[in-house]
Design a protein around this ligand. Sequence first.
Ligand code: HEM
Ligand code: HEM
Length: 183
Amino acid sequence: MGQSEATVGRWSEATIWLHWLGALLILSALMVGWSAEHLAARDDQPLLFEIHFSIGLLALAVMLARIACRFFQARPDRSQVPPLARFAASTVHLLLYLATFGVLLSGLINFLFLGPVRVFGFVTVPQLFDPEADEWLRALSWYAHVYGWWALTALVLLHAAAAFFHHFVRRDRTLRDFLPGRR
Ligand code: HEM
Ligand code: HEM
């Protein structure tokens, strides 16, 4: 992949905005999906799931744009960070990407078994996969989605704790540099 080798002081404004927009959409998808499944009255479930799928599809689009920025734009210079800390951060970031795309794609596959379902209030998506013929894929995508969002939640908590550790304990610029509009 044509990954940029150039380094700069901090991530590009686009990468930063896409990170926070992606985080907001993923957390909203989580809250709406969980409420739809566990809190809502039966009659309210279809609407809540429509909202869940719509937010989830937007999150998928944002994350694809984010990956493009991640690989094609210059990245911050981390040569001063101790190797162990750099390794820990890279590992958690890689796992975050894997869990995020795992949850998004397993949700999408599971969703394609359900149709016809409406998204964004006006688009009707037909049933593209047959649950009888591909029962294994439906079960696999469902389990991947459910266990995946648990794993993603745990990783996000760890990741946010690390960001607060940088900010409040180490008192360095990691979090501040990652806020939009701070040049
Ligand atoms: C769904 C929620 C979130 C996801 C999926 C997520 C994912 C990521 C990923 C994958 C990176 C690595 C950047 C890269 O190497 O491409 C990153 C960076 C970062 N995230 Fe998050 N994040 C989330 C929420 C948060 C929250 C809640 C905070 C703060 C409280 C936060 C603070 C940061 C900071 C400060 C960086 C920059 C780290 C650096 O410069 O090395 N993130 N995030
Ligand atoms: C990162 C974003 C997402 C998160 C955090 C998430 C989370 C959830 C949660 C919490 C549930 C309820 C299941 C449970 O509580 O055990 C759920 C169900 C579901 N989600 Fe997602 N989801 C995301 C993205 C998506 C996307 C993009 C789609 C497809 C467009 C999708 C499709 C589904 C489907 C089909 C179900 C099951 C609905 C049913 O039981 O009929 N999700 N999701």
